[in-house]
Design a protein around this ligand. Structure first.
Ligand code: MN
Length: 290
């Protein structure tokens, strides 16, 4: 869904710098799906309210064919963004959906869901991302919810500077994204840069933010950010946003959110606030209460 009304320019007078670059860790999950864990557990505090970012991208079916058979989640939200490929989702609440080429699935696990995420292709490219967004303590036991957002209904706009922005969450240049969240105020943009383009985004100083470049290279302040790197943006009280520049064609995710500043207790696919809640979660799951 391309927005053609006038855009509201983002005013950024004092852009953030890059605090550090992160390469992520090659790993596998589910039934042998190869992926790069970009946002790993040691970064959960620093990038609160985000808990994980996985990037996957391969032309080899052996790397993805096993998919993610039935597994549970509780206490947070998963946002799956497919760049290429087809993935079928089924869950214990009876929902089913097909996630494909440019589409997004936003799932709120809340008090508990069991689901599978399985490739619906035996050849060809599979590429995308899964982001985990925490829920505030008061919402961790909310009813499970999910929404499939097909590519052609995802809000997007083009700037005069040569950037196409797809707005998955939050808002940019006056364009509201597909999903809004009060507690964590997530901003999730997929940005496609023409050669020589730049993109400004205002954001609150206290928000935690990062950029993941997945094609080409970006310049953020003095720092060159190559492909397959996450740039963590520095927080400082006087900084009002970020400016991204691309010398050549590039594509990147820009993700930001308000920290919850609550304790994080994670055991695999369960993210609660205390160890006691994790013990309760395991008992609930084992006794079939998901
Ligand atoms: Mn899952």
């Amino acid at each position: 869904m391309t927005i053609t009304t006038a855009l509201t320019p983002e005013i950024v007078a004092r852009p953030r710098s890059v605090e550090r670059l992160v390469a992520g860790m090659a790993t596998s999950d589910g039934a042998g799906v190869k992926l790069t864990r970009v946002l790993t557990q040691p970064l959960q505090r620093r990038l609160d309210p985000f808990l994980m970012l996985d990037a996957f991208g391969t032309d080899n079916p052996d790397d993805y064919i096993g998919g993610f058979p039935d597994h549970p989640h509780r206490g947070f939200e998963t946002v799956t963004y497919m760049i290429a490929g087809r993935m079928r989702h089924r869950d214990s609440a009876g929902h089913e959906g097909l996630l494909q080429n440019g589409g997004v699935q936003w799932m709120t696990a809340g008090r508990g869901i069991v689901h599978s995420e399985l490739p619906e292709q035996e050849a060809g490219r599979m590429e995308g991302f899964q982001l985990w967004l925490n829920l505030p303590a008061k919402d961790k036991m909310t009813a499970p919810w999910y929404r499939d957002i097909q590519s052609d209904t995802l809000p997007q706009f083009a700037t005069p500077d040569g950037v196409t922005a797809r707005v998955i969450a939050g808002s940019s240049h006056g364009v509201d994204g597909a999903v809004q969240r009060d507690a964590t105020q997530p901003l999730y943009l997929d940005l496609h840069f023409d050669a020589g383009a730049s993109f400004a985004q205002a954001m609150p100083a206290e928000s935690n933010a990062f950029v993941y470049v997945y094609r080409g290279e970006l310049q953020i302040g003095d720092t060159a950010v190559p492909a397959q790197r996450m740039a963590i943006l520095a927080n400082a009280p006087d900084r009002d946003g970020v400016v991204l520049r691309a010398a050549g064609p590039a594509r990147a995710l820009l993700i930001a959110g308000q920290p919850l500043n609550e304790p994080i207790a994670q055991y695999g696919p369960f993210v609660m606030n205390t160890q006691q809640e994790i013990v309760q979660t395991l008992q609930d799951f084992q006794s079939g209460r998901f």
